[in-house]
Write a new protein. Structure first.
Length: 437
């Protein structure tokens, strides 16, 4: 019929266009059935790594999926360069029948992609209730963190009360946060879902837990609907907790007088306010003095976090350093240096997915990437790792140990490599002196 690459290209095209008859015709022309299976499994798009099963699952072609699994016996958990499985493709497309079929035939239900997104994340992001229930009943892990947060954070942020209830029933941690630093309670306030807030508090969520951004109470202080504020106060939220501003200040900054009036009786006086009354607080918030003081507070907090993070890193306390820089990024979200250093420390801790998430954020903040010789040290180190991963892949695409020393799997790095540049551009970087080992 032609070369293996020609056969592979024809198989991919048949899968991507949903042409089952063409796929069956190709199979008849390949002498060895085992050879046909091997080509289906191993031949993929160069740019994405999707094989024929990925394509069929993505477009929702049930009959092709059934033919490939039942008749051809293809590998059901194949990974793209971004570590996306056929099950994840089907979940992302909302193809419930295919998801059910793949699970029934042994597909791994919770394999995350390169940025931690699992089929359950996709189902929640699409608000697909039937799919969420199917995955949870099938045993999907509920504590899989991702670039979008945990399943619980996603469900709460979308106000999906049924999903929140189901996740809590299966033991989802009401206090867990990492990549998305808004705790589940803060997510509930921001999504304006009072029912989700109640569910979390009834499940023993800590009303005083927060990191990097406003506390749950400070977030509620900005809401025009004061029932969130009152409920958190009833649950034991501390009105005198101080990140940079107290909750009463957060309320005054958005001119939420009702919230200021609720918080005033339970808030300790702030010494530098000249007139400690409801009107006096709101008036002072609008003053030049407050703006100057606020800017200085932000600068001092940011400096303290950065210096503290560098100090922690110098003692190889990378987790503390990483968390300080995550908090700093909340104050200065468009600073690529904070993100690149964070990514390196995550790599030191072996947190490959988190490091890749942050590396991708770093590249999005630097779309006009300069020549490597002009990059900061953090950027150079990241590029060095990309280069080494690319070279290792070109030498031996099946040798995962080549990148273990970098704290990532080979395919983690190569997937990211493929997103940021062409192979030729990456290999050209090898000839810059500051990239040589």
């Amino acid at each position: 019929m032609g070369s293996t690459s020609e056969i592979g290209a024809a198989i991919i095209e048949a899968g991507a266009t949903g042409d089952l008859n063409q796929l069956k015709a190709i199979r008849k022309k390949v002498d060895d059935e085992w050879e046909f299976q091997k080509i289906c499994d191993e031949y993929s798009d160069f740019s994405t790594g999707r094989n024929v099963l990925h394509h069929a699952a993505e477009i929702g072609h049930f009959e092709i999926c059934k033919f490939l699994i039942n008749n051809v016996k293809v590998y059901i958990n194949a990974l793209t360069y971004k570590r996306v499985t056929p099950l994840a493709e089907a979940a992302n497309g909302g193809h419930v029948k295919i998801v059910e079929f793949l699970i029934k035939h042994g597909a791994e239900i919770s394999l995350p992609n390169i940025v931690g997104v699992s089929p359950l994340h996709y189902a929640l992001l699409k608000d697909n209730k039937e799919l969420v229930e199917m995955l949870l009943v099938g045993g999907a892990l509920v504590e899989v963190d991702s670039a979008h947060g945990t399943p619980l954070q996603i469900a709460i942020s979308r106000g999906n009360v049924e999903a929140v209830r189901a996740l809590l029933f299966r033991g989802a941690d009401t206090n867990f946060y990492f990549e998305v630093l808004d705790t589940p309670l803060v997510c509930a306030v921001k999504s304006r879902s009072f029912e989700c807030l109640n569910l979390l508090l009834e499940a023993d969520a800590d009303p005083n837990l927060y990191c990097g951004g406003p506390s749950p109470l400070a977030s509620a202080a900005k809401e025009g609907d004061t029932k969130f504020l009152k409920r958190l106060l009833e649950a034991g939220s501390d009105p005198n907790s101080l990140d940079i501003f107290k909750p009463i200040e957060e309320a005054a900054m958005v001119h939420n007088r009702a919230a200021v009036e609720i918080l005033f009786p339970v808030t300790e006086r702030i010494a530098h306010y000249p007139n400690w009354t409801v009107d006096g607080i709101i008036e002072y918030i609008d003053s030049e003095d407050f703006r100057t003081t606020s800017e200085e507070k932000l600068r001092m907090e940011l400096t303290e976090l950065k210096l503290g993070g560098m100090h922690d890193a110098s003692k190889k306390e990378y987790h503390q350093a990483m968390m300080k820089y995550k908090m700093a990024s909340h104050l200065d979200p468009y600073n690529p240096t904070l993100i690149s250093k964070r990514s390196l420390w995550e790599a030191h801790l072996g947190l490959g997915s988190y490091a890749v998430i942050d590396a991708l954020k770093w590249f999005r903040l630097k779309p006009d990437l300069p020549d490597p010789v002009h990059l900061n040290r953090g950027g150079n180190e990241i590029f060095k790792k990309f280069l080494l991963a690319g070279l290792a892949f070109s030498l031996d695409p099946h040798n995962n140990e080549a990148c273990i020393a970098l704290g990532f799997t080979l395919f983690d790095w190569f997937a990211l490599l493929c997103q940021i540049s062409s192979p030729h551009e990456i290999l050209d970087l090898y000839y810059f002196p500051n990239f040589r080992s």
